[in-house]
Design a protein around this ligand. Structure first.
Ligand code: NAD
Length: 255
């Protein structure tokens, strides 16, 4: 059973992942690069907690106790000690991911399983820098994890054949719907459809075809949607959006 979880990177997604694990009774630690970054993670969690309670109807006192139990750590070796599973959610830059996975490989116990939440990179690319490629797999969470509760699970050729099933069961244990990808494919299922939608919206604005409010409006009215591409970019976060565009090369002269 995977009970002790370390979330590496407490930004937009890492804080949500930590919260989702905590409210499903996992023992959770968040690692980030500085006390300031951890203070940011706490702020994210305080805000996302309210949204989670509203969306799921969970008991506010119980959620508060589970949130209070989350530990915060700036010392990576201390953070990863005794952990069953590491979920990495650092920025979508290979250099940053390479750096943290190298350090995690040195510091983690031999049995600890490694998961990346990368949006665009193939797991095999990151597996090449870890000391235990057989225990390495990608598990992609969607923004607003408790509500958009899919977990896209993608192994690489060197993944232990039993690991996808284990991660499938872990995903279910934290209230997610496991989505099993048959083979490595950049950007999984959702982002293969979602990213072109965002970049097409950006391209319309960049080329002066319409202002961004109008672009969002037509989408929201005609597809009965709560947000258009620009509203969704606000939720994704600009830093991640730019990193995704750079990584995929899907820029259409926008950034
Ligand atoms: P973010 O920029 O909001 O947060 C990244 C966090 O990582 C920050 O707290 C930062 O301080 C920390 N960090 C930076 N360098 C670090 C290091 N060396 N070690 C540990 N922590 C470090 O980014 P995000 O949007 O949360 O994205 C994180 C990952 O999740 C990316 O791989 C992204 O592609 C993926 N993802 C994002 C979304 C989304 O909608 N934002 C959705 C699914 C997956």
């Amino acid at each position: 059973m995977l009970e002790k979880v370390l979330v590496a990177g407490g930004g937009v997604l890492g804080s949500q992942i930590a919260l989702q694990n905590a409210v499903h009774s996992k023992t959770v630690t968040i690692y980030d690069i500085s006390a300031e970054a951890l203070a940011g993670a706490k702020k994210h969690i305080a805000a996302f907690k309210e949204q989670l309670i509203k969306d799921t109807g969970k008991d506010a006192n119980e959620v508060q106790q589970q949130v209070d139990a989350i530990k915060y750590e700036v010392d990576l070796a201390a953070a990863v000690k005794g952990v069953d599973l590491v979920i990495e959610a650092v920025p979508e830059s290979f250099e940053i991911k390479k750096d943290i996975w190298t350090k995690l490989s040195d510091a983690a116990d031999a049995q600890t399983i490694f998961v990346t939440n990368t949006s665009t990179m193939l797991p095999s690319k990151i597996a090449a820098v870890v000391d235990r490629p057989a225990k390495f797999i990608a598990m992609h969470f969607a923004n607003l994890v408790w509500a958009h509760n899919t977990a896209e699970i993608m192994a690489h050729a060197g993944t232990d054949p039993e690991l996808p099933a284990q991660i499938h069961d872990f995903a279910k244990s934290i209230g997610l719907v496991p989505i099993m990808i048959k083979k490595e494919h950049a950007s999984y299922l959702l982002n293969n459809m979602f990213n072109p939608f965002l970049t097409d919206g950006l391209s319309l604005w960049y080329n002066g075809i319409a202002d961004y409010q109008t672009i969002d409006k037509v989408w929201m009215i005609d597809l009965e949607s709560q947000a258009g591409p620009f509203g969704l970019i606000d939720i994704v976060g600009l830093r991640t959006m730019i990193n995704v565009l750079k990584a995929t090369g899907d820029r259409k002269s926008v950034v």
